[in-house]
Ligand binder design. Structure first.
Ligand SMILES: Cc1ncc(COP(=O)(O)O)c(C=O)c1O
Length: 362
């Protein structure tokens, strides 16, 4: 690049997002527990829709996503006109920043929050502001103390990744009520379906003008590879986002499969039940091996080791056994490994290997 050609301010501050690894050199029988994917994949309906979707590849998709929005509205009892669909919830999170923040503005995220939030702030030239958590839990008072007249967006994942912790509805409402008037609270509900009876913040969106909820089909719906997410917000905010969004952002295939997946409630229930059961089993098995974790509300466990060196050594040992988990030093959690709750055999394998590691095998 010639030295007269320059990227926009803050672009070079961006640290490239690292996805979870999926291969280990020299090992074929690999179990991937590094990206919080649903170990059972998508449900039958979604698989069939995917096979059907190949027929009309020459046709442009609809721009209004009305079929998918209707299905989501029906499933989650929401107003379809206030739903926006995107290429993963990443796109909705990004559209919010593109539309509402820019140079001179501030975007708040929390200490161990999803690493995409500061990336998004930098993309649009806004200043990312990191706020301390309290013992790996979002601290509403600390967020409020960091707010000022430049704050435009506050990103909170609830449950949070990679901590797995969440804050209660009263705390979220207090946060929404106390934000400065120009700020939007973005409630990232990527893991909401793993919490029985939790609406991801939908009721709060209905009751306030300054809250947007984002959701994804990448986690419990088992469709991370297809990239589909959605958001729910006040009509005026959704109108703004739709102006910024690419008209053909979702393909026919994405829309058809997503619609089928959303209607397959049984798959969601089965996935949630398996996750709840195996998550409790795995947390207890690790605790018995001297590896504690906070109670997780999501589909992963944040396992805490005695030191960064021990976490790194355990990660290496697990790799040698064909098990890929996630080092989370990028999230300020160098002592921890994030382990996705896999199927029963994966949970047994990872618990057994950690037991061997703690027992001296290295
Ligand atoms: C907290 C959180 N938000 C959003 C996402 C993005 O999900 P997607 O873009 O696949 O919908 C993830 C993915 O890991 C996540 O952990």
């Amino acid at each position: 690049m010639s030295d007269r050609i320059e990227p926009q301010p803050r672009i070079m501050e961006i640290k490239l997002y690292k996805g979870g690894a999926s291969k280990i050199d020299g090992i074929n029988d690999v179990v991937k527990l590094s990206s919080n994917e649903n170990p059972y994949g998508p449900g039958e309906g979604a698989r069939e829709a995917y096979l059907r979707a190949g027929h009309d590849l020459h046709r442009y998709p609809p721009t209004d996503h009305s079929g998918l929005r209707q299905a989501l509205a029906q499933e989650y009892a929401l107003d379809p006109d206030r739903i926006i669909c995107g290429v993963g919830s990443d796109e909705i999170l990004t559209l919010l920043a593109q539309a509402f923040a820019g140079p001179g503005d501030e975007v708040i995220y929390t200490e161990h929050g999803f690493t995409l939030y500061p990336i998004i702030a930098n993309i649009v030239g806004a200043t990312p502001v990191k706020v301390q958590e309290h013992e790996r839990v979002v601290d509403v008072d600390a967020i409020l103390a960091a707010c000022n007249d430049k704050t435009r967006l506050v990103y909170v994942a609830n449950p949070n990744n990679p901590t797995g912790t969440m804050i209660g509805a009263n705390e979220v409402a207090r946060l929404a009520d106390s934000l400065p008037p120009q700020a939007i609270l973005v409630l990232d509900g990527a893991y909401a379906e793993y919490v029985e009876g939790y609406d991801g913040g939908a009721a709060l969106v209905e009751a306030r003008q300054n809250v947007v909820m984002t959701r994804t089909l990448s986690k419990i719906y088992g469709l991370g590879g297809l990239r589909i997410g959605w958001g729910y917000g006040p009509a005026a905010i959704v109108d703004v986002l739709n102006r910024v969004r690419q008209p053909f952002n979702l393909s026919n295939t994405q829309l058809m499969v997503a619609e089928a997946a959303v209607k397959d409630t049984a798959h969601v229930i089965k996935s949630r039940e398996n996750n709840t059961r195996l998550r409790a089993w795995l947390a207890e098995a690790l605790a018995e091996h001297g590896v504690p974790s906070d109670t997780s509300c999501a589909n992963f466990i944040l396992a805490r080791f005695g030191s960064e060196d021990e976490a790194a050594a355990c990660d290496a040992y697990l790799k040698s056994q064909g098990l890929i988990v996630r080092l989370v030093s990028d999230y300020g959690l160098g002592r921890c490994l994030r382990i996705t709750v896999g199927d029963e055999s994966a949970c047994r394998r990872v618990a057994h290997a950690i037991g061997q590691f703690k027992g001296g095998a290295r």
